[in-house]
Design a protein around this ligand. Structure first.
Ligand SMILES: [Zn+2]
Ligand SMILES: [Zn+2]
Ligand SMILES: [Zn+2]
Length: 802
């Protein structure tokens, strides 16, 4: 006989871990107890040695679906004989060393109950259990108990309380559990927030969507604006009201069967769409997509699709399915024969007509709307009606966006709901660091031991509300992780809000502030997630060229006010770096191209095309080629005299130049649009070989792409032009990286920066480098774009502190 005390850490709270331990202990006839504390799960078992060994062996093997183990440790002692059976004890407080789970889509058991007319949770919009439902977005702090969540306001009814206390029940300590008798309630409100009298808020909301209205729907981490994706007028109205001219919208479909005629879905993409994390997945459009969904993703080769992930989403589709089956007269549900809602879950596999546009309700690029009153106020003039409920959203958390990259590996474009706050495991433990990221697509990162917690997508820090969200998220993450940072990392750029806030916090806490160069951080992020510590070659390619600079905090840098500023007078963005922990060397960069008109040039590809013409000695063509641009006349002069034309090495601007030359786009409606359109064009082309003389490698490490643009400046077929550009660029980058790697004696190449979201370039380049014997590392756990900067900054700061 023996007593063993086990300590389990990881995502082990709120995921059914204690009942799992309880079942296992019962089965093995062990006595003792299990309890949650702030450090994870604490277990004490007593019994025969052989059974205790079996318990210890099986414990990590059969864990519940949402649990993620980090460590199990134990200590043995003589048996006390004081336990009659095995019990589940109250939570104990203490130092937090564990984590709240991420939000997950409804599990099959809950869906079966929800669509069983005899179940007490028939069509309950807040059904969940230990294996599914909200976590991160409704938890205020650890330990994860109902009292610490926004469900604290809802007292359990006797039936729910019985389930909650019964270790054999699927809802044992399911903190957000509820039922129609005790749970939150839905209400349909008009644009002024006044409740609308209707039999069923879901039916009322659906009816409005079907009649072409825009309905705001309260989700897990914020509101969506929804409309009928097949209704071109409604989609256009949504664009007008949201002031979003061309940026693509994502759609929600009941299942894959409903969307299979419109987009291509690989097996891996199907798995991703149906995963409990339920991200938006970018899928390749079929020709029917633009006819079925006019104006949803204009000009792009890809469409963002997600499947329902809350009971409320399912109810909207169920309601719509009911309309269909009412016509078909079959499958009528005895509980509400008039509405014809199908019973059971078979309908969920069948094609459904309803496809919803579901776009984040974040007017003006500000953070997501989460509160009911806030929704009425901020969505005034946008939403015709609101589908609300009285369960508070505690944490703003947008939908995640993922796409299979050119090597068929899922790659984040935006990492948020479903994935945050899951930890990224680092190769070794170090000091705790808070890293506040950059400027656009911002995230922050907190490290604890050998784990990095990258926040949900926060957004562009170009407005006070998003800056406020940065502070809010930092406070919340530090609070739930119970971490006191030993350093605060930030971008080199002195004018970013994230930099200023980092300096303030460092000052307040009396800890060092660590400035990290933007492109160094891009490569460090890739190194961190792949656990690489030694020197690597980094290819950092991005579009915006923000906050670069060779040395930190120089006077020249401080004096610049534009986001393109950097200390050597050029904005970076096409960089070849040698990165070794907290050190980097700039081995090379793209030949600079002027930005005529400064920041404006980053938004107007025709200006970059003009810059390319100027470099080609064809400045005289500018006025005539861009005759509908009023500024075209002076631009030649500006370039000739070098006025207001700072230089940049950013690859993104070369894409823009090409888009302008090919006539694909003269002015962008949103950041990155030109490159996305070119990618869409290139996708339509047959195989094109790289132009072997389309680029030049210089002895000083520069890669010059001008010969390629010389060849493309007069190409009349944009599809061919885009394809030739992509193929030649991939070939050029591969040669460039190879020559530098050979010189430096490096065999690993890390790819970082937003340009690697380009499917064709990332896939082609990876294949070429791999074929030459290099190990190629890409961003997988965080986006390659600026959403991953905070992880890289944290990694550099950890190196510096050690
Ligand atoms: Zn469930
Ligand atoms: Zn209840
Ligand atoms: Zn960047």
């Amino acid at each position: 006989m023996l007593q063993r005390r086990l300590r389990v850490t990881g995502t082990v709270q709120g995921v059914g871990f204690r009942p799992y331990v309880w079942h296992l202990a019962q089965e093995l006839n062990l006595s003792g107890w299990v309890r949650n504390d702030a450090a994870g799960v604490d277990v004490l078992v007593e019994g025969e040695l052989e059974r205790i060994e079996a318990f210890t062996r099986r414990l990590p093997r059969e864990i519940p679906p949402l649990a993620q183990l980090r460590k199990i440790g134990w200590q043995d002692a003589p048996a006390s004989g004081e336990f009659a059976g095995f019990g589940i004890l109250q939570s104990a407080a203490g130092q937090a060393d564990t984590m709240i789970g991420h939000d997950t889509a409804e599990c099959p058991d809950c869906l079966a109950e929800m669509f069983d007319p005899t179940d007490r949770r028939w069509r309950h919009a807040f059904i969940n259990c230990t294996h599914c439902g909200p976590r991160y977005t409704l938890t205020r702090k650890l330990p994860y108990d109902r009292a610490q969540t926004s469900m604290a306001a809802f007292a359990l009814c006797p039936d729910c309380a019985r389930e909650y206390r019964d270790p054999a029940n699927r809802r044992f300590h399911a903190e957000p559990t509820a039922c129609p008798a005790c749970g939150p309630r839905l209400v349909l409100a008009d644009a002024e927030g006044m409740p609308v009298r209707c039999e069923d808020p879901v039916a009322g909301a659906l009816q409005r969507v079907q009649s072409g209205q825009i309905v705001a729907i309260k989700g897990l981490g914020g509101f969506h604006l929804a409309c009928d994706a097949r209704n071109a007028d409604a989609v256009q109205r949504l664009r007008d009201r949201k002031q979003r001219d061309e940026k693509p919208f994502a759609v929600m479909s009941a299942n894959l069967a409903s969307i299979g005629d419109l987009v291509e879905i690989s097996a891996a993409e199907a798995d991703l769409l149906q995963s409990p994390e339920r991200p938006i997945v970018l899928l390749r459009k079929k020709s029917a997509a633009d006819i079925a969904f006019p104006g949803i993703a204009p000009g792009l080769a890809w469409l963002g699709v997600m499947l329902p992930y809350t009971p409320l989403h399912w109810l909207l589709f169920h309601e719509a399915a009911g309309q269909r089956s009412r016509c078909a007269s079959a499958l009528t549900n005895p509980a509400s024969p008039l509405r014809g809602q199908p019973a059971g879950t078979a309908w969920m596999q069948q094609p459904q007509d309803l496809i919803l546009v579901m776009t984040s309700a974040n007017p003006g690029g500000e953070p997501l709307v989460i509160g009911n009153d806030e929704a009425v106020e901020r969505l005034a003039g946008i939403a015709d009606a609101l589908l609300l409920h009285d369960r508070d959203i505690v944490v703003r958390c947008d939908d995640s966006v993922v796409r299979m990259n050119g090597s068929q590996v899922p790659q984040f474009i935006r990492r948020a709901r479903g994935y945050t706050p899951r930890a990224i495991r680092l190769p070794r433990a170090g000091a705790s660091v808070l890293a506040l990221g950059g400027y656009l697509k911002n995230t922050l990162c907190v490290t604890r031991g050998d784990e990095a917690f990258v926040s949900q997508h926060i957004g562009g820090l170009d407005n006070p509300a998003t800056c406020g969200m940065l502070i809010e998220v930092a406070d919340h993450l530090l609070d739930i992780l119970q971490v006191k940072p030993e350093a605060v990392a930030h971008d080199l750029h002195p004018d970013f809000f994230s930099t200023r806030h980092a300096l303030q916090l460092a000052d307040l806490w009396g800890v060092p502030a660590v400035a990290v160069q933007h492109h160094h951080a891009h490569i460090a992020a890739v190194a961190a997630e792949h656990g690489v510590s030694g020197p690597i070659l980094g290819l950092a390619l991005d579009g915006v060229g923000l906050g670069s600079g060779a040395v930190g905090g120089s006077a020249a840098l401080r004096n610049r006010r534009t986001p393109c500023g950097c200390s050597d007078g050029t904005a970076w963005g096409g960089e070849l770096l040698r990165v070794d922990g907290d050190e980097f060397t700039r081995l090379g960069h793209l030949s600079p191209i002027p930005l005529p008109g400064g920041d404006k040039a980053a938004k107007e590809p025709w200006r970059m095309a003009a810059a390319a013409l100027h470099l080609l000695g064809r400045g005289g063509d500018i006025a005539q080629r861009f005759s509908d641009q009023p500024a075209a006349q002076q631009l030649h002069q500006l370039l000739e005299r070098g006025l207001n034309s700072p230089l940049t090495s950013s690859l993104g601007r070369w894409f823009d130049a090409l888009a302008g030359l090919l006539g694909a786009r003269e002015v962008m409606a949103y950041e990155g649009q030109a490159a996305m359109l070119l990618e869409g064009l290139a996708e339509q082309a047959d195989m094109v070989d790289a132009l072997s003389d389309g680029y030049a490698l210089h002895d000083d490490g520069r890669l010059d792409l001008l010969p390629l643009l010389a060849r493309l400046a007069d190409v009349s077929d944009p599809v061919f032009g885009a394809a030739l550009f992509h193929a030649t660029l991939a070939g050029a980058l591969a040669d460039w990286a190879e020559s530098a790697a050979r010189r430096e004696g490096l065999t690993t190449v890390a790819l970082g920066g937003g340009c690697f979201l380009n499917h064709i370039v990332s896939g082609d380049l990876t294949r070429r480098l791999a074929a030459r014997g290099f190990t190629v590392l890409s961003a997988c756990q965080v986006p390659p774009n600026d959403g991953g900067l905070s992880l890289g900054q944290a990694w550099v700061a950890m190196h510096q502190l050690s």
